[in-house]
Design a protein around this ligand. Sequence first.
Ligand SMILES: [Zn+2]
Length: 163
Amino acid sequence: MTIVWLGAGVEKTLLAEAVSKAPLETGGVLLGWITGADICITNVIGPGPDAVHDTQSFEPDSRWQQDSIALLYERSGRRLAYLGDWHTHPAGKPEPSDQDRRTLRTIAQSSTARSPNPVMLIIGQPDGTPWIASSHIYLSRHGSDRIVKVKTVIAPGIQGWDQ
Ligand SMILES: [Zn+2]
């Protein structure tokens, strides 16, 4: 059973970014490694300075993100891998929309992302409750695909690389 582990600082970084942009959406990129069935997120990258934020969507600053990924990749001794994306639902449940599901499929099928089983982490704040995180993973087997919800667990013992 796959578990998505959030390393030290990851939860804080996600929350700080979410709160700073709410009620607008924001998001970024998930980096880390895969151990067996488990996915360890050690670092997250934000939207970038030229991202465009809306209430129902956001457009990342892809160039800035690519540069940030490259920098962390080098600093980690090339151990970090791209694991997927994260974004916020500032006024909704952390469940993937139809558009989110299409996005996850596109990432899985993109050869440049090199991530056949990408994760989509969403943090949402339905009805003014505290922020809740959920993770979904794209799985493909024997020509059929599905998107399944997996457990998200905070693991302070997992250290990230300095950004
Ligand atoms: Zn969404």
